[in-house]
Design a protein around this ligand. Structure first.
Ligand SMILES: NC(=O)c1ccc[n+]([C@@H]2O[C@H](COP(=O)([O-])OP(=O)(O)OC[C@H]3O[C@@H](n4cnc5c(N)ncnc54)[C@H](O)[C@@H]3O)[C@@H](O)[C@H]2O)c1
Length: 256
């Protein structure tokens, strides 16, 4: 799929911060927001691929995104990364909490350490990045936070107990943050993607058979790609969704 053709003029010159923007859905979002004329920064742990993405997107969009190298599992690093994003962009109006790592683990193999690691990489930073960004959104007169959950926690996927727990937790976090930040004109919503066929997913978990099986369950009989998440996130970021907060939006091609 290519990026959606829609334009959201209110996103022009907005400060947009994407976590995990170095690959997959996050990279499509960085490109999608740049195409709207937004000022975009992204945080990612993978330095080489992130710098390569910046080199690729600069000629494609006419603007170089700001890359901030950080490991979101460390809260001090989160604070430094958000400060760097504000220094580069000015006030932030849009935050997309996208970074995650969907490791598989059999029930018997889960340890205290691996459980905490999964919650750290898939849940905790969404709160701490939001906490660090909120004062800057207030300064900007409001904003939109988009949290990436997943339909995975609603399906029968026994090999991802901690990831599923984190993704369910993100829905609760979204509603709590929406209540706290609504009076500051900051909206908080969650998106729940279905099977999005990215390079990493193909390398690690998906094959033709599993893709065909999921397409069999989808109403839309095509493969979903990272670009399919861009339009919904632009909508949630823009004033087109001005009265929408504390909601969840499923983007899965209609899995029944
Ligand atoms: N791809 C799918 O099928 C799918 C389905 C449902 C939900 N999601 C969700 O969508 C989001 C994006 O998924 P994706 O498939 O594009 O993943 P991806 O692995 O392609 O991208 C995730 C990015 O996050 C970065 N990252 C990981 N750990 C980090 C850390 N500790 N600090 C900083 N950056 C870190 C990675 O380097 C990577 O660039 C995730 O929240 C994922 O759970 C994806």
């Amino acid at each position: 799929m290519s990026l959606p053709s829609g334009q959201f003029p209110d996103l022009r010159d907005r400060g947009v911060l994407v976590t995990g923007g170095g690959s997959g859905i996050g990279a499509a979002l960085v490109k999608g927001f740049l195409r709207q004329g937004a000022r975009v920064a992204f945080i990612d742990i993978a330095e080489e691929q992130s710098r390569a993405l910046c080199d690729k997107l600069t000629p494609e969009t006419g603007t170089r995104p700001e890359y901030i190298a950080a490991d979101l599992r460390h809260i001090e690093a989160v604070k430094r990364a958000v400060a760097a994003a504000v220094a580069a962009l000015g006030p932030i109006s849009v935050l997309v909490n996208n970074a995650a790592r969907d490791d598989r683990q059999a029930l018997e193999d889960v340890t205290e350490e691996s459980w905490n690691e999964s919650l750290s990489v898939n849940l905790s930073h969404l709160f701490f990045v939001s906490q660090a960004v909120a004062p800057h959104m207030r300064q900007a007169g409001g904003g939109s936070i988009i949290n990436f959950s997943s339909i995975a926690f609603m399906l029968n996927m026994p090999e991802i107990p901690a990831y599923a727990t984190a993704k369910a937790g993100i829905v609760g976090l979204t509603k709590s943050l929406a209540g706290r930040l609504g009076p500051d004109k900051i909206r908080v919503n969650a998106v729940l993607p279905g099977m999005i066929v990215t390079e990493r997913q193909k390398r690690l978990w998906l094959d033709d058979e599993s893709i065909a099986r999921m397409q069999g369950r989808q109403c839309l009989k095509r493969m979903l790609t990272a670009e399919d998440l861009v339009g919904p996130c632009l909508f949630l970021a823009s004033d087109c969704s001005a009265a929408m907060t504390a909601q969840t939006m499923i983007i899965d091609g209609g899995v029944l």
